[in-house]
Structure formats: structure tokens, C-alpha cells
Design a protein around this ligand. Structure first.
Ligand code: SAH
Ligand code: SF4
Length: 483
């Protein structure tokens, strides 16, 4: 991406521009000079391994960070034996943090073998002061720490690490700034995520996201559409519009634009064949949005609509601002208006104060809506959120509830999956099947995975597939030759 950026035209010693991203382009040029010196000294190319943990937004930030690293001149490493290792972290649940600390020990041993190695940690977990303190005290071999608001500054921060040799920590509490037009390295040439808004204003009482991602701010429709056009021009056929709550897109824009309006404009872009979006908050899902989805040939037949709990009492304590009945009504309306729309959800088990009766309400909604899929989570206590201070449900009560829910969700999902056989549907081919190289793997509009025999040249293309077997959470099929 960003075809126009040519670092060769930028003098690394020129005066630093005040505007971003121009300022960063000079830092990229400076870093490139240092990288070349290092390559000469070591007699080999420098390699980078940048990894995303957590949600699609984290993956998207890594696409930008990788784009910057590539401009600087790093080659992609196929392991962590690299000269730059970056973890873009998640902190939504406690175990996400534990995973990162578990891996840092290994990085330390690699760094002992390669003293030039730079270890960088970024993302949501770094927005928490206690985690920064832990890194400083327990993991002093980490070179760079930054957060979610200054991803665009990566080149500048790396330059500071390289020129000072000290640990650099740069984490901002929040920022009104949105820096556009940074280099982006797409993971797949045929599909990508596009941020439409950042942050969240909803403050669900269990959730740390509003604290680590800051206040909600929307990109202008013009910059979003321009980015999507560039992706389409360079071969993307599917895009996923990303925001913590896409349905409230547009708040605070100088020229108002709602999410359904934005979708209509995205649909007009030639080359884009499939449009996904995530995440829809039930409280803001409008009739207009249902109408736009219904009328569209491009919008995927998949709506992720996190319910979190089926109990009105718990939903109130969660600050979700809808009731059990309102959720059921909304899901029912979507099913009536768009019968082939897959509805998936997120559910938390064991929120503080959850009684057996509350949990039965969750099971009831699961049975009534009959989700095509659900992510189920055990409530994780996040310091700094209101619910962390409330009386917690004991683990031995939560686990059996969680197991029951998972079983129910999987049984229903498998039954729904079985209804798909016999149909012919368009599949976006994503890769070779990891178990059998003669097979391809791709996704249907409703997000279900399909494996079918075919040549690798079809990767990145939309092909019609006859679905022959259902296997609970994936299908087997064959290419449809229009018999
Ligand atoms: N903005 C999205 C969700 C972002 S977090 C939304 O509102 O739907 C993704 C999911 O993680 C949430 O939907 C929720 O189910 C889960 N989650 C968030 N905080 C959690 C916590 N403290 N414990 C367990 N699950 C949590
Ligand atoms: Fe978290 Fe709620 Fe915001 Fe989603 S809407 S990110 S769950 S606070």
C-alpha cells in the first residue's frame, strides 16, 4: 500500500516536518540508513517478526507496523530468531497478559545470542500502568514499549532505541489525533480490515477497552473510502470495517455520516465484492442498517451481535443498555427480514452477581435465537473496571455453567451448519487446506469455512462451490461447474 511513498526521495538529514505522517517518513529514512549500516556490519539482511494478539483491530495495527518495518528495510522473519520482535498485545482478559509474559522469557534467551535484537511490546496491555511497571522491573531487556494511540510513531521510537541504546517507553492516555496514509502491509492480498472508528464510549462495566483504547472517534468517510479504493486497486475483494461499535459510527464528524450511509458508499466501490463489519452493539442497531444489509449483494450474510448475557438484571449491571426482550426482538427482526443471515454472538459466563436463574436466561436466549456460532468467555476480572470491585462468582460455580453453555452453543451451531448442505454458494478462497494440500480452504458469505479440491491458483478468488457435507463447524464441497 501507499504506492506514493518513496523513501529514496527523502533526505534522512532533512529538517523534521511538523505534520504527520511526513515527520515519520523522515524517521523511516533515518532508520533505513541505520539498518543498512547494521546489515553491512553483520553481513546479512535484518529480519523482523511482528505478531498480533487479540482482536481484528490489533491485527490491523500490525499491518501498519509491518508496513513501516518494511519501508525501513526489514525482511520478514519466519521465526522469532529475528532482529526485531514485536508483540502487539491484548488485555481484554487476564490470560491474554499471562501469555505475553510467558513468551518474554524465551525472547530473552534469543536476545542473549543476538545482542542487536530489538524487543518491542505495544498495544492494549501497554496502556496499563501496572503492566509497564512489571516490564521495567521484571523484563528490563525489553527495548521499546508503546501503546494504542501512537502506532504511527513506530519509526521514530525505533530510531530512539537504536540511537540511545536505552529502553524507550512512550504510552499516551488518549489522543484526538488520527494519522492517515501510513504504509500498510496486508497479510492477505485479497482481504483486509479497515478501521472506521477507534476507541469506545460505552463503558460496559466488565470491559477494559474504553480505558486502553480511549474515547470513540470516527475517521472521515472520505479517508475510509479512499483507503478502500486503494485496497481494491491493489487486488482486495473483501474488506472488514472495524470499530468497537460500528453502529455508532459518525458521532462527532464535522459532516455527519451514519454507518448505514457509509455502507452504501462502500458498496459503490468497484472491485470490492464482499463487505464485513465488526462489532455491532445491539443498542445501536437501526432498522435502516437492517434495510441496507437486506438490499445489498455485497454485504456478507453474517452479523456478529454480542449479547453478553440473556438476563435483563445482569445486562443492566453490565451497562449494556438493552433487555433480554429487546435483544430477542432485534435478533428476531434480523431473522425475519434476512432469513439467510448468520447471527453469531459473544457471551460472558460468571459476571459478578450472576445467579442460576440469570444463567438460565442466557441459555434461553441461546435456544431461542439459535446462533450460528458463539464465542463464550468466562468473566475475567479487569482491575480499574467497576465490576472488578463487586462480589465475584466462585470459579467452581462458573465452570459447570460454562461447560453447559458451550455444549448447547456447539450443538445448535452444528444443527444450523447441517442446513447448509446441498446449496451452491460463493466462496472466497483463502489458502491451501492445512491438512491436505490438494484441498483449498475458503469462506462463505456467512463466514463458515469450506474445504474443497482445487488448484492453488484460485487463492484470492471468489468461486462457486457446491456444499456436500457438513461437519459441525465447517463444510466439505466441490467446485460448481454449473451442471
Ligand atoms: N466492542 C465489542 C467487544 C470487544 S471485546 C462489543 O461490544 O461487542 C470482545 C469480547 O470480549 C466482548 O464481546 C466480551 O464478550 C468479551 N469480554 C470483554 N471483557 C471481558 C471480561 N472482562 N471478561 C470476559 N470476557 C470479556
Ligand atoms: Fe467493551 Fe462494551 Fe465498548 Fe464493547 S461496547 S468495547 S464490550 S465497553
Amino acid at each position: 500500500m501507499l504506492d506514493t511513498l518513496n523513501l529514496d526521495t527523502i533526505d534522512p538529514n532533512s529538517r523534521l516536518p511538523e505534520n504527520e505522517p511526513m515527520r515519520q517518513f523522515v524517521f523511516m529514512a533515518k532508520c533505513r540508513e541505520i539498518l543498512r549500516e547494521k546489515e553491512q556490519r553483520l553481513g546479512r539482511p535484518l529480519k523482523a517478526s511482528l505478531q498480533a494478539f487479540g482482536c481484528q483491530m490489533s491485527a490491523n495495527d500490525v499491518q501498519t507496523l509491518t508496513g513501516i518495518a518494511k519501508q525501513i528495510g526489514f525482511e520478514e522473519a519466519d521465526s522469532e530468531e529475528a532482529d526485531l520482535v514485536l508483540y502487539n498485545t491484548c488485555t481484554v482478559r487476564e490470560n491474554a497478559n499471562e501469555r505475553i509474559y510467558g513468551r518474554l522469557g524465551h525472547l530473552h534467551s534469543l536476545k542473549k545470542k543476538n545482542p542487536d535484537m530489538v524487543i518491542a511490546i505495544s498495544g492494549c496491555m501497554m496502556q496499563e500502568e501496572t503492566e509497564i511497571e512489571t516490564i521495567k522491573k521484571v523484563y528490563p531487556f525489553v527495548d521499546l514499549v508503546f501503546g494504542t494511540h501512537n502506532v504511527y510513531k513506530f519509526a521514530e521510537l525505533l530510531y530512539t532505541v537504536w540511537t540511545t541504546g536505552k529502553m524507550v517507553v512512550d504510552v499516551w492516555k488518549d489522543s484526538p489525533l488520527i494519522v492517515e496514509n501510513l504504509p500498510v502491509q496486508r497479510k492477505y492480498p485479497f482481504k483486509t480490515g479497515v478501521n472506521i472508528s477507534f476507541g469506545c464510549d460505552n463503558f460496559c462495566t466488565y470491559c477494559i477497552v474504553p480505558y486502553v483504547r480511549g474515547r470513540e472517534k470516527s475517521r472521515t468517510p472520505e479517508s475510509i473510502l479512499e483507503e478502500i479504493r486503494r485496497h481494491a486497486d491493489s487486488g482486495a475483494v473483501e474488506i472488514m470495517l472495524l470499530g468497537q461499535n460500528v453502529n455508532s459510527y459518525g458521532k462527532g464528524l464535522e459532516t455527519p455520516c451514519s454507518f448505514p450511509e457509509l455502507l452504501r458508499r462502500v458498496e459503490e466501490i468497484d472491485g470490492i465484492e464482499r463487505i464485513r463489519f465488526m462489532t455491532s452493539h445491539p443498542k445501536d442497531l437501526s432498522d435502516e442498517l437492517i434495510q441496507v444489509m437486506k438490499e445489498s449483494d455485497k454485504i456478507a450474510r453474517h452479523l456478529h451481535l454480542p449479547m453478553q448475557s440473556g438476563s435483563t438484571e445482569i445486562l443492566k449491571k453490565m451497562n449494556r443498555r438493552y433487555t433480554k426482550e429487546q435483544y430477542l426482538e432485534l435478533a428476531g427482526k434480523v431473522r425475519r427480514e434476512i432469513p439467510d443471515m448468520a447471527i453469531t454472538t459473544d457471551i460472558i459466563v460468571g459476571f459478578p452477581g450472576e445467579t442460576e436463574e440469570d444463567f438460565e436466561d442466557t441459555m434461553d436466549v441461546v435456544r431461542q435465537v439459535r446462533f450460528e456460532g458463539a464465542f463464550t468467555f468466562i468473566y475475567s476480572r479487569r482491575t480499574g473496571t467497576p465490576a472488578a470491585k463487586w462480589e465475584q462468582v466462585p470459579q467452581q460455580v462458573i465452570q459447570p455453567r460454562f461447560d453447559r453453555l458451550l455444549k448447547e452453543v456447539q450443538t445448535i451451531a452444528a444443527e444450523k451448519c447441517a442446513l447448509g448442505t446441498g446449496k451452491v454458494e460463493k466462496v472466497l478462497v483463502e489458502s491451501l487446506d492445512s491438512h491436505d494440500e490438494k484441498m483449498l480452504s475458503g469462506r462463505l458469505s456467512n463466514n463458515m469455512m469450506v474445504h474443497f479440491p482445487g488448484p492453488s491458483c484460485l487463492i484470492g478468488q471468489m468461486v462457486p462451490v457446491h456444499i456436500t457435507e457438513a461437519h459441525g463447524f465447517y463444510y466439505i464441497g466441490e467446485m460448481w461447474k454449473g451442471r
